[in-house]
Design a binder for this molecule. Structure first.
Ligand code: GDP
Ligand code: IMO
Ligand code: MG
Length: 425
């Protein structure tokens, strides 16, 4: 059975943990979107892994890892991840497959990301400065794009880089008075990237379809979340890829028809990093409590995450556009001890109630949340292993969300460890 795990909020829902658990029953784990802006945490015993480009299946030695064409690969970071895993006794030899069509993030993309954010001042997006937007922009623009396949012919790559540097130097010089790109230094880095990564580069679409024909189980690992989707998220405060489940097919060449389970991940509350509207945000003591109890600080940038109540309007929207048939709800343990909890079940815009999420950032900034208030629970649930053993109020809270979102919650997270997940099916 093939399965896709995708965030339904603004990222950091716990995808790394859930993918790691489900990877036990999978032959292959595939990343299909985003790049090193992602930060997926996997905790095994007392070891913690924070993966950025490498699929979270990497920590399981028998699992194949595929980096699809939709991912933007920062070779510096991916190389570092391979070394880091090697240093911990985990080898990727023979089980890592990087799409030849995946685009490459180079230093000038990160530089542009930073220069552009600086120039925007208070209007900045709050990106991760990992060069994501500039690299995807080059992909769409085509003329100055570099793909993993380009490491196969270094003479040709040097010509491409020289042309690209020439163009970008004129642009960045005029717009930002930036230092010119040092082409020799960049090329020297590319030689090292080639030596490290070229052996893994292949046609991953062909590889995945052969695996499907052979009856293998494939797990697709989303990055970011549906509300950060370039087309369907809270534009312009989004990432530069289709980070909802809709990006899966385009990002790896396997259509949704081949995937039986679309598991939408949510936290039992909502978080967001970076700028943009967030209707159920609690920029107050409640948000601070959630942040401290849930350790809500970015895995990639360390930034404090903005925290708020569960937004069922947003989750319903993400579930609908993604064809989600199951929900995994993480961090229920974090809510323990709060006297009452709120769930946003509708929005009010100009006094009119709606349950459809307006993804346009200007529209979304105008909505007011209509909350359902329910009692919380005091019990520490981090050791609970059976659904029946959860407090009645915890189960009611889950049931309320199921009732609004209209998708069953099949996995419940009660802590960051592998063992701290309850399965209902
Ligand atoms: P991802 O980007 O979706 O993979 O999520 P991150 O790794 O960025 O952030 C999720 C954080 O929550 C990580 O620190 C996880 O270890 C942690 N986590 C995941 N599930 C749970 C849970 O059920 N309870 C608690 N307390 N922490 C969790
Ligand atoms: P994972 O996979 C949370 C956010 C950034 C910023 C916006 C655009 O760990 O859930 P970008 O660098 O992509 O141009 O930034 O998107 N963002 C994330 N927020 N989790 C992520 O990934 C994110 N990846 C990007 O904070 O608001
Ligand atoms: Mg994350």
């Amino acid at each position: 059975m093939n399965c896709c795990v995708v965030g339904l909020q603004w990222g950091d829902e716990g995808k790394g943990k859930v993918v790691d658990i489900l990877a036990e029953q999978s032959d292959i784990v595939v990343r299909y979107a985003g790049g090193a802006n992602a930060g997926h945490t996997v905790i095994i015993g007392d070891q913690k892994f924070a993966l950025h480009i490498m699929p979270s299946g990497a920590v399981r030695p028998g699992t194949e890892c595929v980096i699809g064409n939709g991912v933007v690969v920062d070779p510096e970071i991916l190389g570092g991840e391979i070394d880091g895993l090697n240093g911990r006794g985990i080898s990727l030899e023979g089980r890592l497959f990087i799409s030849e069509n995946a685009h490459v993030v180079l230093d000038y993309h990160k530089m542009e990301d930073q220069l552009r954010e600086n120039s925007l001042g208070k209007n900045k997006i709050g990106t991760t400065i990992r060069g994501i937007g500039p690299c995807y922009a080059d992909k769409i623009g085509r003329s100055y794009a570099i793909r993993m396949a380009d490491f196969r012919d270094m003479d040709d790559l040097k010509l491409k880089l020289t042309r690209t540097a020439d163009y970008k130097n004129k642009l960045f010089g005029a717009l930002y008075d930036a230092e010119p790109i040092d082409i020799e230094a960049l090329f020297a880095k590319c030689l090292a990237y080639r030596d490290k990564l070229l052996r893994y580069v292949c046609n991953t679409t062909r590889h995945l379809h052969s695996a499907i024909d052979a009856g293998k189980n494939i797990l697709f690992e989303g990055a970011q979340g549906a509300l950060l989707d370039l087309d369907h998220g809270t534009f312009p405060f989004v990432t530069s890829s289709n980070s909802s489940a809709l990006g899966m097919g385009a990002g790896c060449g396997v259509p949704a028809q081949r995937v039986e389970r679309f598991i939408g991940l949510v936290k039992a509350y909502t978080t967001r990093v970076g700028a943009g509207p967030f209707p159920s945000e609690q920029d107050n003591e409640i948000g601070d409590t959630i942040r401290e109890k849930g350790h809500e600080y970015g895995t990639t940038t360390g930034r404090p995450r903005r925290c708020g109540w569960f937004d069922a309007v947003a989750a319903s929207y993400s579930a609908r556009i993604g064809g989600i048939n199951e929900i995994a709800m993480m961090h229920l343990d974090t809510l323990a001890g709060m006297k009452e909890l709120k769930v946003c079940r509708a929005y009010k815009i100009d006094g009119v109630e709606t349950t459809f999420f307006p993804s346009d950032a200007h529209e979304l900034a105008r909505v007011e949340c209509v909350y359902e208030t329910v009692p919380g629970w005091d019990e520490d649930i981090s050791g609970v292993t059976k659904y029946e053993d959860l407090p009645a109020t915890t189960k009611s809270y889950i049931a309320l969300i199921e009732d609004i979102v209209k998708v069953p919650v099949t996995i419940v997270g009660v802590g960051p460890k592998r063992s701290q997940a309850i399965f209902r099916r």
